[in-house]
Design a protein around this ligand. Structure first.
Ligand code: AMP
Ligand code: GLY
Length: 421
């Protein structure tokens, strides 16, 4: 089968790497792809926002499955247009993708389906926001509504910080915000595949969102991750599925917006059980890299079964009983303005040292690999413990020569500390 993969990041490189191992794959195309993805796929210039052009490409190239990596095309309704044209697609409809695209939508769904989440108020003006604030106490969480790539969240410790965050969100007309109760606990991510009816757990992970060691500094898209997340014990995972994920899938189906694809639940493990922080309608980046490093099955067959509503008949996903850990190497300046063009060498040495290097913001410049984005590489390795996987990933990192980049040196620290205790 010919497959079209949409996206250009480390997540998509990991998907391409795994799809390329599927015996059913004929040609993999990637739009736009990147130099790492090009090792497994034919990278094409296609304007993904132009849905008619995507449909034409699929018809002309006998595409049997489209795999959408990032959220933006899903929120824009690409999956709807593909389905309407009879082309199988892995990824939810525009209506179901509101789980990621609109925090207000998700919060209202949690209320309707009685799903544990932080108490909240959805506000559309600064006056309304100020009036809603007092019952929440401090700290209080203030979020922009709409797609914000995890960057539109303020945890305000003082009334002044809350006022400043709200003033910034309502500085432009048309602002919308969600004010939330602060939840304390440890965060974990749970991935579930569903075709709208059947669902199956697809692994857990923890990521590191802050740019600096010790989880300090500004938020990023993710500086590293590991899978599985031991804090999400089998009992807690079952609770999260029973109390959060299944009611979500059932409610969306009952309301005529069945969810098909991967549902990524960001959970807070509070002392009264798992609570939903947020949903994403796609794999995480870099969480996908560690899931793919552990997944042992036929990815193409599985994603195709999800796309065609045959998940109940598909074999249960099997994962290696190992930890996978990935370290993101970012360009200097990230998450602000990253330096572009920094030379990258030694990926072969990292691979020889046992790591798998997924490329994100890279570009080919006269036959040499250079940095072309914020997050540049995701250096991934497995081990019997988090400590072993971490050591293996950093052996890979240390084999790479990327003077214009940096990484955190402590990915996995919580588990490494617990394993050492
Ligand atoms: P979000 O964009 O909703 O994923 O939020 C980004 C990050 O902010 C989360 O990963 C949490 O670390 C933190 N966060 C969001 N909501 C809450 C909450 N209600 N309580 C505590 N921390 C939160
Ligand atoms: N790493 C967080 C995300 O993909 O949203």
């Amino acid at each position: 089968m010919n497959v079209l993969l949409i996206g250009s990041g480390g997540r998509e490189h990991a998907l391409a790497w795994k799809l390329a191992q599927s015996p059913g794959l004929s040609t993999l195309f990637a739009a736009p792809g990147n130099p790492g993805i090009a090792a497994h796929a034919e990278c094409i210039g296609l304007t993904v926002e132009d849905h008619a052009a995507v449909l034409d490409f699929c018809r002309a190239n006998s595409i049997g499955l489209v795999v959408v990596g990032p959220e933006a095309p899903l929120v824009a309704g690409l999956a709807d247009d593909l389905r309407a044209a009879g082309i199988a697609v892995f990824g939810p409809s525009k209506a179901a993708a509101q789980l990621e695209g609109s925090k207000g939508f998700t919060k209202a769904l949690c209320t309707r389906a009685n799903i544990p989440t932080a108490g909240y108020a959805h506000v559309t003006s600064l006056d309304e926001a100020r009036a809603a604030l007092s019952p929440f106490g401090l700290p209080v969480v203030i979020k922009a509504d709409g797609l914000a790539a995890g960057k539109g969240v303020t945890i305000a410790m003082t009334p002044d910080e809350a006022e400043a965050a709200l003033a910034a969100l309502f500085a432009e007309p048309g602002g919308e915000a969600v004010i939330e109760e602060f939840l304390s606990g440890e965060e974990a991510s749970l991935f579930v595949l569903t075709d709208g009816t059947a669902h199956v757990a697809f692994g857990s992970a923890q990521d590191h969102k802050r740019v600096g060691d010790g989880d300090t500094g500004p938020n990023t898209g993710g500086m590293g991750a590991y899978s599985p997340a031991p804090v999400l014990t089998p009992a807690l995972e079952q609770r999260a599925i029973d109390e959060i994920v299944r009611p979500t899938i059932e409610t969306l189906a009952a309301e005529g917006m069945p969810y098909s694809g991967v549902l990524y639940a960001g959970l807070m493990l509070t002392n009264t059980g798992p609570k939903l922080i947020e949903y994403n309608c796609r794999f995480g980046d870099p969480e996908c890299q560690v899931l793919m490093a552990r997944y042992e099955g036929d990815l193409l067959a599985l994603l195709h079964a999800v796309a065609e509503g045959r998940l109940a008949q598909a074999p249960a996903p099997a994962f290696a009983d190992l930890t996978a850990l990935t370290v993101v190497m970012a360009a200097n300046g990230y998450p602000g303005t990253p330096e572009r063009g920094g030379a990258i060498a030694g990926l072969d040495r990292a691979e020889a040292a046992g790591a798998t290097v997924f490329q994100a913001g890279t570009r080919d410049h006269d036959g040499k690999l250079v940095a072309a984005g914020g997050r540049v590489l995701a250096v991934t390795a497995t081990g019997a413990t988090v400590t072993a996987a971490q050591a293996a990933a950093y052996r890979g990192v240390d084999a790479i020569d990327f003077p214009g980049g940096f990484c955190r040196r402590d990915i996995g620290w919580r588990e490494v500390e617990r394993e050492g205790a």
